[in-house]
Design a protein around this ligand. Structure first.
Ligand code: GCU
Length: 571
């Protein structure tokens, strides 16, 4: 059951509903409809409160909350027309940043992390008839958070992805991972619930006339595999073939659509299905098109953005920065044929020496990889963006990299670096993190940040001593759509064109150059961009305006990608 809709909300700037949870007057989550006795009264009343669309951030729906960073309580009713035959799971796509969940005034649980799914078994809390579901969404970040409060994007708060009530049998399929590995279709399935041991598990792929069968062990796990049939059509951006996959165990069955392909790095190249691939990409934040962007992405909104990359830019790759985007986005990439860089928000100055922060980053990565490891489009997991080159950071990220490889050995691991050493005009990428990742990616802004003039950018030499595939995970320059200036003043479209031409010329000389995801497809909101004439709280490095108008530099990148595709075809 999809619980999307118009939920009542109460803004709670002092978090009174939490700090005074003991008091009936202030404990908002109890959702009392009104005074139980004439002498009682309550300092809140959901029934009289306004409503907003969920999923959706509050910033763009209630303009008094444009800059609000704190706790908002949401309430909707959930009606059960009979006792559930099985378990009832309450599933959230994401809540930014902390979620406090209650049913009929009882605490269900909490979750921290603004961009990954979580669920609670609420079978014993829901009653037949009307139930009160109250969610406290707290968008506040602190220095121990992941990320910290200091980021270059708008901190959209709220229940930003769909909420579902999921009914499953008493014994149900908790997780499955089905992929192509060394010529074999491999499936790991894990069960949860009451009788997980000794269950017959089937994985059916009708399009391949293939059935994998096994029996779950004491912990409800089973690994089954079979040789991949000759007629298997491999997934690729050019041919994004997806197969129906049905997983069955006991009374439960789950249907998915999965693409099969292989990824590897060898001799400085990224290999997709054994062939070198050049990543013709662009970076995206999770923001819809429009003058008042929303964090709530649905399939239509995802396709509106990705079709610009696929069709207009001739891209085959998107860097979904700087946090896991919505599942509907990675599913759209699967269907449309775009490779994906998936990232957790270990961004800038995280509290790398804090064990709780490390546990939180691991939890987020675990939630992200388990959600999306059946998505063929995802080529790499990124563990960080522009983090300081310290020993504690290296130890922190090594743990994340080890976890990623343990959870999913079928993909590449990367990170966006920026600690590049300059030596006599050369840029040397010798960040020790480069030894631990598969693709060495660098964010570089010569000609925009720093004093280098554009005419010197093409002569910059890059050295990548790792011998691994090398790419630019970011480069970009700001431009206000419609501001043309033959003098190429910064923030003019003409400057952005000159910047892209110079940077592309530099990229063409870089060793083992395997791709780029320039910063960024669309102008996006950021509290740090206060230049009143050109920014007005928008980061203007987009190649398209908030409404989707293409700036002149869009075509510079597109022409480069057309040229690369043509060269690739010639090889
Ligand atoms: C950094 C950072 C981005 C930021 C960009 C910019 O590289 O990774 O999140 O938006 O630079 O300065 O525009």
């Amino acid at each position: 059951t999809d619980l999307s809709g118009h939920w009542h909300y109460i803004v709670d700037p002092l978090k009174t509903g939490i700090v005074r949870a003991d008091s009936t007057r202030y404990s908002v989550f109890r959702d009392k409809p009104g005074p139980e006795r004439p002498v009682d009264f309550f300092e809140y009343n959901f029934d009289a409160a306004p409503r907003m669309s969920i999923p959706g951030d509050w910033n763009g729906q209630d303009l008094s909350l444009t800059w609000y960073d704190g706790l908002v309580w949401f309430r909707r009713h959930v009606d059960l027309d009979g006792p559930p035959d099985g378990r009832l799971l309450l599933h959230f796509g994401a809540v930014n940043y902390k979620a406090h969940v209650y049913i009929n005034g009882e605490k269900v649980g909490e979750h921290e992390g603004g961009f990954t799914p979580f669920a609670f078994d609420v079978t014993d809390l829901l009653k037949v008839g009307r139930n009160s579901l109250v969610v406290g969404a707290d968008s506040e970040h602190v220095n121990q958070s992941v990320p910290t409060p200091v980021v270059d994007w708008k901190n959209f708060g709220g229940i930003t992805r769909p909420v579902h009530l999921v009914r499953v049998p008493d014994t149900y399929i908790h997780d499955y991972f089905v992929r192509l590995d060394s010529g074999r279709i491999v499936a790991d399935v894990s069960l949860d619930g009451e009788r997980v041991n000794g269950q017959k598990v089937r994985v059916e792929i009708p399009g391949l006339d293939l059935v994998l069968e096994g029996k779950s062990d004491l912990s409800g796990e089973v690994a089954i595999e079979a040789a991949a049939p000759q007629e298997l059509a491999l997934w690729s951006p050019e041919s994004p073939t997806l197969y129906d996959v049905i997983v069955k165990a006991g009374d439960d069955n789950v249907a998915d659509r999965i693409g099969f392909r292989t990824l590897a790095v060898r001799d400085g190249k990224i290999l997709l299905n054994g062939e070198p691939v050049f990543l013709r990409g662009i970076s995206l934040h999770e923001e819809t098109l429009g003058a008042i962007p929303s964090r709530a992405i649905n399939s239509t909104r995802a396709r509106a953005l990705l079709s610009i990359v696929k069709n207009d830019l001739n891209g085959n790759f998107v860097r979904l920065a700087h946090y896991p985007h919505a599942e509907t986005m990675t599913r759209a990439a699967d269907e449309m044929g775009l490779l994906v860089w998936s990232e957790i928000p270990v961004y800038w100055d995280i509290d790398f020496s804090n064990q709780d922060t490390l546990a939180l980053a691991k939890q987020m990565q675990h939630e992200n990889i388990l959600r999306d490891r059946n998505r063929a489009s995802i080529a790499m997991w990124s563990v960080a963006n522009e983090t300081p080159q310290t020993d504690v950071r290296l130890a922190f990220l090594k743990e994340l990299i080890d976890d990623a490889r343990r959870l999913d050995g079928s993909r590449l691991v990367t990170a966006a670096l920026h600690n590049v050493r300059s030596e006599g005009g050369a840029r040397i990428v010798d960040d020790p993190l480069g030894q631990l990742i598969d693709v060495v990616a660098v964010n570089t802004y010569q000609g925009w940040y720093g004093g280098m003039s554009l005419d010197r950018v093409p002569s910059v030499e890059w050295q990548n001593p790792t011998g691994k595939p090398f790419m630019f995970s970011e480069f970009g320059a700001g431009a206000l759509y419609g501001f043309r200036d033959p003098e190429k003043e910064k923030f003019s479209e003409d400057f952005q064109v000159a910047y892209y031409e110079a940077t592309i010329e530099m990229a063409k000389k870089a060793p083992d150059f395997a791709g780029a995801s320039p910063w960024i497809l669309k102008d996006f909101l950021s509290p740090r961009r206060m230049n009143w004439r050109y920014q007005e709280y928008w980061n203007r490095k987009g190649l398209i305006s908030p409404e989707g108008h293409k700036k002149a530099a869009f075509y510079v990148l597109r022409d480069w990608y057309d040229e690369i595709e043509l060269q690739g075809a010639k090889k």
